[in-house]
Structure formats: structure tokens, C-alpha cells
Design a protein around this ligand. Sequence first.
Ligand SMILES: [Zn+2]
Ligand SMILES: [Zn+2]
Length: 220
Amino acid sequence: YDIVDEDGNIRSGGGGDFSYCLSMAFDSSLTVTYLIPVTPEFRSEAYYIPTVGSIGLGINGIPIKGDPPSVTTAEAGIGGTGSGNIPALDHCGGHADPAGYYHWHFIPQSINTVFDAPEYNFTNLYGISCTNTYIEYEDHAAFAGLAKDGFPIYAAYDLIDGANTLPADVATTDECNGHTHATEEFPDGAYHYHALETGAPTVPVCLMGSYVDRNDFTVQ
Ligand SMILES: [Zn+2]
Ligand SMILES: [Zn+2]
């Protein structure tokens, strides 16, 4: 890719014939409305989140989306020629949408376990970690948000007897990294998703419940 110019600077912005680091402007006047089932219902088969598809929202209202567009799968840019724009993410896994609203491609409560993972080792090598004070980024078993099907999303671990425990060791996890057991917020037991521990992005790749289609408001 030609994202770095002859002087060693990263091209940012967008447009033109070169590759760019996409940096979008924020528009804090925007509002985003979610229609989320109060009583979630299971679908007949898992719904896989498409690229930049909506997953749900964090507990502070920030949208959570599926994989950002990848230049490695785009026609342009393959083999180092042409343009392939790369959307930059901040240390908590978020950035502004072209429409101007901030959103996450990671569950921030779990992004530091990815940075620490041996295959990345970003914290050790580059000192990179999420330090957003508005989220419990150090609580890796935190209740992190709601999927658009109404099922809760937790960070990468379950807290069992005060210890971070891998979800699969608590109750069998399905293809969407979800399972059912009692949690602090749902003491009678509830189906919930977990963020991935070291996979990137950390978000659930699919949903098991019905959700409202944003275009025609039908239940999918
Ligand atoms: Zn994005
Ligand atoms: Zn769990």
C-alpha cells in the first residue's frame, strides 16, 4: 500500500489515488435510536454480523459494530498498487463513522486482553492500552452492553467466586460465544454473549436472537 508518502508520513483524510488513513470528523449533534426487544427471543439459526453491521450498543450508549471494512479484501490496493483506505481505531477500538457518530468495533472492556495477548504484544512493545475513564476497561468480566436482539454482552470472562473464569469453563458456549447461567445482573440466569479474550475484533460474530430490521422495522 502507498499509505506512507515519500517523506515517511502517513497520508490521512481520504480521496485521490493513494491509500489513506481514514480520519472522520465528529458530529456530536447526532442521535441514534435503537429498537431492542425487552423480552429477547431466540432465532431458528444464528445471524452473522456483516461488515460494519450493527451488533448493539455499550452500556453508555455507544454503538457496537461488526468488522470495519478491510482493505485486504478490497479489489484496490492488492499487491501494493492502487488505493486502499484504512480506518484508524483509537486505543479502545472506536472511531467516528463517516456520518459523524462515534462507534466501537471492539468491546472495550476486553480490548486490553487482546493488546496483551502473545500474538499481538502491543502493550509491551508500544505501550498501547485502553484507558477510557467512562468504561470499566479493567473489569474483564463486566456487563458491557446490549446486543440488538436484547441479550446482554459481557466482557471476555465470567466472574466466578471472585476470579476471572473463561466462559467455556462455566457453561458450554455456542457459535456466537454465548451461553446461559446466572450473573450478578441476572441472578435467575440469562443467555448472554461474551467478548472474545484474545481474538480481534473482540465482538460476538453472530447473534442468536431476533432483532428489528432498521430499514423496514420488521422482525428478523
Ligand atoms: Zn467503524
Ligand atoms: Zn457467561
